[in-house]
Ligand binder design. Structure first.
Ligand code: NDP
Length: 282
């Protein structure tokens, strides 16, 4: 029978554990604190910020938001990050992307101290992720692993195809999968015969941004499908996978919305706790 991989169920299961971790830190006078910087207005970032704030309150993490105007200078942005890097009461820093076009995204993210880089965007943390010496990864990639673990989906030895090579999903996720002994292939818009690859996948993960690109003839029977895409088609939210036709064929699949989205936020919070713990040598 097909299993629906519901993010919310995982979140509700994880919250007590995260709360307990925060309580232990607070008992030692450590108040895990996340600083979030946002420049200008972006509807998706505003929604993400709201979800973060709500979750932080539930778990007991302090979240401090910094709003900069859309015309904020690069220097003012960088000096805020440097200030937060030095502030011992801040354990984790997140910059909401995308940034206004005049700001250099790479320079901004690389200015975050690697020890406070909660979204694993610095070159140092990307290196650590590939080396296998760090637990910090971009929240969506980390969230997908949390979801698969919670539903006890076997990863080791399985053939995993990730469609999409973004910095926040495809690339870091391939490192996390490799670490757990999957055989991993990343496909993208230049891949020849995508269908031939996806039909072989024991676990298929899509981060494409094209509604229902993955059709029922492109999946392996009894496989596991993780749909990261959040798209709008005819006024309705949908993923990259044609859910109605694919779901009856597979062992497990994430819904959109309600699949990967909720676990992204819980994984971010787990990483705030991990960074706070590390900064106090715990
Ligand atoms: P990007 O544009 O960064 O990445 C899309 C990827 O899809 C690229 O690697 C691109 O290839 C590949 N691609 C595009 N067309 C095809 C095709 N026809 N065949 C195979 N590969 C293709 O997008 P994002 O990662 O930012 O977003 C993708 C989707 O995921 C969106 O719907 C977004 O809303 C959603 N998303 C959801 C998140 C969540 O938490 N649930 C978080 C982040 C994104 P190439 O590299 O060659 O261009």
């Amino acid at each position: 029978m097909m299993r629906l991989l519901k993010g919310k169920t995982v979140v509700n299961h994880e919250i007590p554990e995260l709360k307990a971790q925060v309580s232990r830190l607070r008992a030692d006078d450590v108040e895990p604190t996340l600083a979030v910087i946002m420049a200008g207005k972006d509807p998706a970032s505003e929604l993400y910020l709201k979800a973060q704030k709500k979750m932080a309150v539930r778990i007991g993490i302090r979240q401090q938001n910094y709003f900069l105007p859309s015309n904020a200078s690069q220097e003012s942005f960088l000096s805020l990050i440097r200030e937060l890097n030095q502030d011992s009461k801040i354990h984790a820093i997140l910059v909401e992307l995308p940034l206004p076009a005049h700001l250099d995204e790479n320079l901004v993210t690389q200015t975050i101290s690697a020890d406070k880089d909660v979204d694993g965007m610095t070159d140092v943390n990307i290196g650590r992720l590939w080396r296998g010496t760090s637990v910090i990864a971009p929240a969506t990639a980390a969230g997908i692993m949390t979801l698969l673990h919670a539903y006890r989906i076997q990863i080791s030895g399985h053939f995993v195809v990730i469609v999409g090579r973004s910095q926040i999903v495809g690339r870091p996720l391939s490192a996390l999968m490799l670490r757990e002994n999957a055989t991993v292939v990343i496909a993208h818009s230049h891949t020849h015969d995508l269908k031939d690859l996806t039909r072989q996948a024991d676990i298929l993960i899509t981060d494409i941004g094209i509604p229902k690109l993955i059709t029922s003839d492109m999946v392996k029977k009894e496989s596991v499908i993780v749909d990261v895409g959040i798209n709008r088609a005819r006024g309705r939210l949908c993923g990259d996978v044609d859910f109605e036709r694919v779901a009856p064929l597979v062992h497990a699949i994430t819904p959109v919305p309600g699949g990967v989205g909720p676990v992204t936020v819980i994984s971010l919070m787990q990483q705030v706790i991990d960074l706070a713990r590390r900064q106090y040598g715990r």
